[in-house]
Design a protein around this ligand. Structure first.
Ligand SMILES: NC(=O)C1=CN([C@@H]2O[C@H](COP(=O)(O)OP(=O)(O)OC[C@H]3O[C@@H](n4cnc5c(N)ncnc54)[C@H](OP(=O)(O)O)[C@@H]3O)[C@@H](O)[C@H]2O)C=CC1
Ligand SMILES: N[C@@H](CC=O)C(=O)O
Ligand code: NA
Length: 428
């Protein structure tokens, strides 16, 4: 057996650089911790001429140099995106190399395919960094909590949007400026649309739900809405009503199928998730044996994410040393249907601009009542220069389909000039 396990690193951006630094820092302890030395042999980058904190001779822009190197046993994919990362992972697994990845885009869509390859080659596939950055959540779900039947998994699983919403809540700042700051801090995806439109959180929720409910959930199954339409006014009104707005991911295993959704949500400000700020993430799980547990920590950034990747590398190295690779494979043994979006039930916050005249409330209440939408509260906020009043409604629990039908009818009422915001409310 090799006394040094050699690693091929794909990508030396935010996370790749963190992994390089952390393995260097841990160099003297790796043998003690894993039973073997671990060494990065080659690093794949796009642009070899960029200034980097590593020995230039390790860099290559040629994948063949890495995949065809028989000494390299572990491929660590930190490039991101779909191709060529997907092709490289499949090729690596097919060649009998172990794979560690932080790529949720790929795991949320091709997890099953990757596991089939890993199983057939008897190699490991580890992806702790793909959800919750540095927070241990994949391994706890696969190992520590496997004795439970989990019914719910929900939380804040995108650092960039949590950073933006926290700043918009606590400071008078522009969305664009805060997004730029999140990008500079290395939290955002290469294309930040994935963060702000909720796709990144939806991918992570697909991964978490697959693990929690033992049934494959992919990105396209998740109902998703991002944070781009959230205004400071909504944040302000939510605050007045005792709520805070967060991008919440919710996965439930119900009698009517798996419910998976990601959207901005008003949550009560005494809920523990309301105190999860900046780029921090938190994941709640509910199970028949454990009851409720919360996993909390840094959800993005160079070293927190590297912490999860290096944990995976060491774990794979231990398995190689102990000749026990491919111990935990795909855990999706069930096939549960996905609940259609229309069937989702929740409460809603609705902000409307209406004519300031008598009978307005009665007309709106009547439309809502006919659609079986019952009101928890209605508040008039202010009157503008056009003599329009702004009203905020909070509903009781209603099915998505009924609410959407009611909103369509409301928006057609002559006294309603605009339905300005519709945000879901959860007392989770
Ligand atoms: N940033 C974070 O906080 C977290 C990120 N992740 C995930 O980790 C992965 C990496 O993210 P991050 O480090 O932020 O990304 P970066 O954009 O900072 O880094 C990407 C790296 O991959 C290299 N690369 C990209 N495409 C190619 C290609 N076609 N061929 C060769 N090299 C390529 C780039 O090379 P070059 O340097 O030459 O441009 C760069 O070094 C992603 O999957 C991301 O979703 C997961 C958790 C947290
Ligand atoms: N862009 C992601 C990075 C970590 O997964 C985020 O903001 O959470
Ligand atoms: Na993690």
């Amino acid at each position: 057996m090799s006394k040094i396990i050699k690693v091929g690193l794909l990508g030396l951006g935010t996370v790749g650089t963190g992994v390089y630094k952390l393995l260097e820092k841990q160099k003297e302890k790796l043998l003690l911790k894993s039973g073997t030395n671990i060494e990065i042999k080659k690093i794949l980058v796009k642009n070899k001429d960029k200034e980097r904190p590593v020995d230039k001779s390790m860099l290559t822009d040629d994948w063949q140099e890495i995949i065809n190197d028989p000494e390299i046993q572990i491929i660590v994919e930190l490039m991101g995106g779909m191709e060529p990362a997907k092709g490289y992972i499949v090729e690596a697994l097919q060649k009998g190399k172990h794979v560690v990845t932080a790529n949720k885009d790929l795991m949320a869509e091709y997890g099953q395919e990757f596991f089939a390859e890993a199983e057939s080659q008897n190699v490991d596939l580890a992806f702790e960094a793909s959800v919750g950055g540095g927070i241990p959540i994949i391994r706890p779900l696969k190992q520590c909590l496997v004795g439970n039947d989990l019914t719910e998994i929900f939380g804040i699983i995108n650092g960039t949007t949590n950073f933006i919403l926290t700043k918009m809540t606590n400071e008078d700042v522009e969305f664009g400026d805060v997004l730029k700051e999140a990008q500079e801090l290395g939290y955002a995806e290469a294309d930040p649309t994935a963060d702000v439109e909720g796709y990144d959180a939806a991918r992570k929720l697909a991964i978490l739900s697959s693990l929690a409910f033992h049934s494959r959930v992919t990105f396209k199954d998740v109902f998703v809405e991002g944070i781009t339409k959230i205004s400071s006014k909504d944040i302000e009104y939510a605050k007045e009503l005792g709520y805070v707005i967060k991008l919440i991911a919710i996965g439930k295993n119900t009698e009517d199928g798996i419910e998976v959704r990601v959207h901005p949500t008003l949550i009560p400000n005494n809920q523990p998730l309301a105190a999860v700020n900046d780029s921090f993430n938190a994941v709640f799980v509910k199970g028949d044996a454990i009851g409720e547990a919360m996993f909390y920590g840094p959800g993005a950034g160079e070293l927190p994410t590297a912490s999860a990747v290096v944990g995976d590398i060491i774990d794979v190295a231990r398995n190689i040393v102990n000749n026990c690779t491919n111990r935990i494979n795909c855990t999706c043994y069930d096939k549960i249907s996905i609940m259609p979006k229309d069937e989702i039930k929740t409460r809603y916050y609705i902000r409307l601009q209406v004519q300031d005249e008598s009978g307005v409330f009665a007309s709106i209440s009547s439309v809502l009542g006919n659609q079986k939408v019952s009101l928890a509260s209605v508040i008039q906020k202010q009157i503008n220069e056009k003599n329009e009043a702004e009203i905020v409604i909070i509903t009781h629990v209603v099915k998505e389909k009924q609410l959407m039908e009611a909103l369509k009818l409301i928006s057609e009422l002559p006294i309603v000039s605009e339905v300005s915001s519709v945000i879901r409310v959860e007392d989770i």
